[in-house]
Design a binder for this molecule. Structure first.
Ligand code: PRP
Ligand code: URA
Length: 214
């Protein structure tokens, strides 16, 4: 784990994450393998983003002795997936925290303006009482992530973190300016955006790579 100085970004640069991410970047990796790798990496990202969940203890009996054993302190979680590609990160996170609530925000980028167009929104009613983890593999211009977090804050959420797979420096700067209170977790920070708003070197269009739509 690495926190570049002066940023609100945590880079989860575990060797397993780096290895799997390289396989995902490879243009020859088929969609089925791409989805499986994203699910596996999401477990490792979840491990880091949930590291500071509050803990309490409960008295239990092992077969040999009584002990005060650590358990989660009841801070409730909600995962919010930015469709389509967010579902690839969501699945693995739900494996780790099956009791979490789930919200969805449907957004796509207008290819000309790169602004985020919303087509779906469904969030849990009690999001204000929960820690909210927003998931989307790509933080490029950050227009999508900023729009999603705007909506989530409008719904009352106070404790929000954002998890992605790849981030561009331009996206980190824009997101941090809009939402300085929201910590970003990513597997890597890439070099730059191209003239179409794609992350370079990146991995291409995450939704298309996941679902084989191009
Ligand atoms: C991709 C990705 C993000 C967005 C990132 O979605 O999953 O949501 O682009 O780009 P930005 O930071 O410049 O907003 P896309 O718009 O391609 O929609 P899709 O997931 O339905 O393919
Ligand atoms: N969205 C993607 O899926 N990939 C990029 O490189 C940029 C935005």
């Amino acid at each position: 784990m690495n926190k570049p100085a002066g940023t609100n970004v945590t880079v989860v640069d575990h060797p397993l994450v780096l290895h799997k991410l390289t396989l995902m970047r490879d243009r020859h990796t088929p969609s089925a393998v791409f989805r499986q790798l994203l699910r596996e990496i999401s477990l490792l990202l979840a491990y880091e983003v949930l590291r500071d969940l509050p803990i309490t203890t409960r008295t239990i009996e092992t077969p040999l002795a009584e002990m005060e054993a650590p358990i989660l302190k009841g801070k409730k979680l909600v995962f919010v997936s930015i469709l389509r590609a967010g579902s690839g990160l969501l699945d693995g996170m739900l494996d780790l925290v099956p009791s979490a609530r789930v919200g969805h925000i449907g957004l796509y980028r207008d290819p000309e303006t790169l602004t985020a167009i919303e087509y779906y929104l469904k969030l849990p009613d009690d999001i204000d009482a929960r820690r909210t983890i927003v998931v989307d593999p790509m933080l490029a211009t950050a227009n999508s992530a900023i729009a999603a977090v705007n909506r989530i804050k409008d719904a009352g959420a106070l404790d929000i973190k954002f998890v992605c797979l790849l981030a561009a420096p331009e996206g980190i700067a824009a997101f941090t300016a809009a939402h300085p209170d929201v910590q970003i977790y990513t597997a890597a920070i890439d070099d730059h955006l191209d003239e179409h708003g794609y992350i370079i070197p990146g991995l291409g269009d995450a939704g298309d790579r996941m679902f084989g739509t191009k």
